[in-house]
Ligand binder design. Structure first.
Ligand code: ZN
Length: 240
C-alpha cells in the first residue's frame, strides 16, 4: 500500500491539492491533525479530505476550533485565526473534526499530532522529548506532526538519533523504533515555503519526504480577503 501521510494542513487548500497531485497515485491518506486553523479554507480542506477518504487524528487547532480546547495557550495570531475558524466552519466540518481521535493505530503505525505522551500539545524537536515518546510507543513506528518541521527520531541500541530529511530523502524502516514527522502541508516552518509531506510504502517499508511548490499567493490573497492576521499571511512565503 502507498499511503500519503499529511500533517498540519491548516486550511490551506492550494497546498493540499498540490500535495495530493504530487504524491498520487496512493491507496490511502492519513492525516496527523491541525486540519484547520491559520488558513482561509477550513471547510474546503475537510471536504477534500472526505473525498479522498482520509483518516487520522485531531490537533490542538482542530480541538480549539470546535470549542473543545481552551485558546488561552495559543499566541495572539493563532487565537485570532482559530476563533475565526470556529465561527466560519459549517456543521459538517464541525462533526468531522469532533469525530477525530487523539491517537490512532493503523497497520503497525501509531498516529498522533504532538507526541505520544501529550498528543495535543507537546512539540517533539529534541532527542529527550523523542525518547519519552519512544518509551511508551506500542507499535514499531509512529507518525507525528505539530512542529511543522520534517524530522525523524530513531532509537538505536538505547540511543536516539535525529535525522532531518529533505526533498527526496528516503528512509528504510526496520526493527528500530522511529518517530516520523512529515512536516507541514499548509504552513512549513523549516525555512522552505514548499508544502511538505511523505509517502509511505508499506510493502517496501520505505518513507519518502517530498517538498511540493504550490500557489502561495492565492492562499495569501484569500487570507487577506477574510481578514486573517498579516503576520500569518506573510510567514507562508518564508516558510517560517
Ligand atoms: Zn499545526
Amino acid at each position: 500500500m502507498r499511503i500519503a501521510v499529511l500533517s498540519d494542513i491548516h486550511g490551506n487548500l492550494p497546498a493540499l491539492d498540490a500535495v495530493l497531485e504530487a504524491l498520487a497515485p496512493f491507496d490511502a491518506v492519513w492525516q496527523l491533525g491541525d486540519v484547520v486553523g491559520y488558513g482561509p479554507q477550513p471547510d474546503e480542506v475537510v471536504a477534500r479530505l472526505v473525498d479522498v477518504g482520509a483518516t487520522g487524528v485531531r490537533g490542538n487547532h482542530d480541538a480549539a476550533a470546535i470549542g473543545e480546547l481552551e485558546t488561552s495557550a495559543f499566541n495572539t495570531d493563532a487565537r485570532t485565526a482559530v476563533l475565526w475558524t470556529g465561527t466560519h466552519i459549517g456543521a459538517g466540518t464541525r462533526r468531522w473534526l469532533a469525530a477525530l481521535p487523539e491517537t490512532s493505530s493503523k497497520d503497525g503505525f501509531t498516529l498522533a499530532h504532538g507526541s505520544l505522551r501529550d498528543p495535543t500539545w507537546e512539540y517533539v524537536l529534541t532527542t529527550p522529548a523523542a525518547r519519552a515518546s519512544l518509551a511508551i510507543l506500542t507499535t514499531a513506528h509512529a507518525f507525528i506532526g505539530h512542529t511543522h518541521v520534517p524530522l525523524v527520531f530513531r532509537e538505536d541500541d538505547g540511543l536516539v538519533e535525529m535525522l532531518a530529511p529533505s526533498d527526496g530523502s528516503q528512509l528504510q524502516l526496520d526493527g528500530r523504533r522511529t518517530l516520523l514527522n512529515p512536516g507541514s502541508v499548509g504552513q512549513p516552518r523549516d525555512g522552505d515555503p514548499r508544502a511538505s509531506a511523505v509517502l509511505l510504502d508499506t510493502g517496501a517499508g520505505t518513507v519518502e519526504w517530498r517538498r511540493v511548490p504550490y500557489d502561495i499567493a492565492t492562499t495569501q490573497a484569500r487570507m487577506r480577503a477574510v481578514g486573517l492576521p498579516p503576520r500569518l499571511v506573510e510567514r507562508l512565503e518564508y516558510g517560517q
